[in-house]
Ligand binder design. Structure first.
Ligand code: BES
Ligand code: MN
Ligand code: ZN
Length: 504
């Protein structure tokens, strides 16, 4: 397998832009922006920039790209990247611009970049250091890992950030961005991995290695212990597969932790979803290798949380299994008993995510979690409702849901609040068990969330449905096709900001 991502060396620089030594200096350009604060840039380009502005080749339109050679400066060339109107500029805009510019540099074989925060943007040096570092690291990802003739892989090696300050706070922000970018890429690499190389056991082994690296304590529970814990929902889904299930438990216990709150993060880890006996159609079934993206997000967020020493205790739980239609598979009409004791009639074996999450969310409570967030590629209905640019955000109470929403905004993972109408739970009525595992097509994303809510025991709980956002179907300027690592930074930002919600 080829390397799919590399984290470049990232440093702050205070020298004048003309003295930054790089293959390319990267400068954001706003709409209607004469670039007056960048003195001598145009003359170093031999007038190329003024000419391009005049003929409107450079307009500042989002992700527009223009290269010009520089003479007399330490960098050989400049890349002007459009970032849209100045009034609409945000830290996330800077993150995306850095990612788009990094990808453009790599495309041209340029490996050392300088990223410049323009003056007068309203983005602080801290915000800029974090988001520029994140964007640069995110651009250093290339998913095609099993090609045997991929000869031209260029990685960024050195990134210099010029943000107008190099205080300790700005250094810390850079480090945050570097770690968050790297952990996002680790999750993307996991989601990208096919199901024959990333089985539940292999995922658990990766979790062991990554946790050790990040200083997390970790435990892997095998099928025997899962049976002792009576996790009938997880075992029920696993029955159709030749691969045994696993349950990964990660713990972050900082010395200086807030008293009280324990954040419980739970991620769906279906390493392949065939649908089981309620089998999926052949078209696009290959996409279901990424049905463990929620689990990857929890694992990699926990690594970031530990590396950045978030001031709150956290528990990560990842139930791992395939959903296969083997001879012992759970069949429609079968009744499973959850670890908590609730019985579930499985009307559709393709609604497996909520089953394994039911047992895992219950277990997070058993381990002492006070605040819950689950992340799952749960429903096609969520993709229909919100499209592919926003994750579905469900939860209660509203204050807790809003905290997750804010974390996702800071992270550049767009999410959108969805309702939890309790009367929709009537749709899960079963003749034989406490409830069924599907409520029909109507409101499918909401009912999926309501199923998981049954296992949250009334704790503050949020469910992020990432079915539409875990995989980018189309290439964007700032993100190639493929796994996105969505929710890694959201969960980490939430833990880093525990002061704000620990009292909720
Ligand atoms: N993993 C799928 C959800 C999914 C669908 C993710 C499309 C990404 C893209 C999930 O396990 C599933 O199959 N959900 C069913 C639920 C239904 C049977 C109630 C669905 O969405 O059709
Ligand atoms: Mn399914
Ligand atoms: Zn699934």
């Amino acid at each position: 397998m080829l390397t799919v991502h590399k984290t470049p060396a990232i440093s702050l620089t205070n020298t004048s832009t003309r003295d930054i030594e790089a293959d390319v200096l990267i400068l954001p350009v706003f709409e209607n922006d004469p670039l007056e604060d960048e003195t001598d840039l145009d003359s170093a380009s031999g007038g190329e920039i003024a000419a391009a502005l005049a003929r409107r080749e450079v307009t500042g339109k989002l992700y527009e790209i223009f290269f010009a050679p520089l003479r007399g400066w330490k960098s050989a060339r400049v890349l002007l990247i459009g970032v849209g109107p100045r009034a609409e500029f945000t830290p996330d805009g800077l993150r995306r611009a850095a990612a788009a510019a990094g990808l453009a540099a790599r495309d041209r074989g340029l490996t050392r970049i300088g990223l410049i925060l323009r003056s007068g943007t309203g983005v602080t040096p801290e915000q800029a250091a974090q988001t520029l570092a994140e964007g640069a690291v995110l651009s250093n990802f290339a998913a095609a890992s099993y090609k045997t003739s991929d000869t031209r892989r260029v990685w960024l090696t050195a990134v210099q950030l010029h943000v107008g300050s190099s205080s300790a706070a700005v250094e810390a922000a850079l480090e945050r961005g570097r770690v968050l970018g790297e952990c996002t890429n680790l999750a993307r690499a996991l989601s990208n991995e096919p199901s024959n190389t990333l089985t539940p056991r292999v995922f658990a082994d990766r979790a062991l290695a990554l946790a050790k690296d990040a200083g997390l304590s970790v435990e892997v529970i095998d099928e025997k212990r899962i049976a002792e814990l009576k996790m009938g929902l997880l075992l029920g889904v696993a029955r159709g597969s030749a691969e045994p299930p696993r349950l990964v438990i990660l713990r972050h216990e900082p010395k200086k932790a807030l008293k009280g709150p324990i954040l419980g993060l739970v991620g769906k880890g279906i390493t392949f979803d065939t649908g089981g006996i309620s089998i999926k159609p052949a078209d696009n079934m290959d996409k279901m290798k990424d049905d463990m993206s929620g689990g990857a997000a929890v694992l990699c967020a926990m690594a970031a949380i530990s590396r950045l020493q978030a001031p709150v205790r956290c528990i990560g739980i990842i139930p791992l299994t395939e959903n296969m239609p083997g001879g012992s598979a759970v069949k429609p009409g079968d009744v499973l008993t959850s670890a908590e004791g609730k019985t579930v009639e499985v009307l559709n074996t393709d609604a497996e995510g909520r089953l394994i999450l039911g047992d895992a969310v219950w277990y997070a409570r058993q381990l002492g979690a006070t605040h819950l967030v689950d992340v799952a590629t749960l429903t096609g209905a969520c993709v229909v409702a919100l499209g592919r640019s926003a994750s579905g955000l469900f939860g209660t109470p509203d204050g807790w849901r809003d905290q997750v929403r804010q974390a996702s905004e800071r992270a550049g993972d767009r999410s959108w609040p969805m309702p939890l109408f309790d009367d929709y739970f009537d749709l899960f009525k079963s003749e034989i068990a406490d409830f069924a595992n599907t409520g029909g097509r109507a409101g499918g994303a909401i009912t999926g969330a309501l199923f998981i809510k049954q296992f949250a025991g009334g704790l503050p709980w949020v469910h992020l449905d990432i079915a539409g956002t875990a995989w980018a179907e189309d290439a964007k300027a700032y993100q190639p096709k493929g796994p996105t690592g969505v929710a890694v930074r959201t969960l980490a930002e939430l833990a880093l900001d525990a002061e704000a919600w620990g009292k909720l």
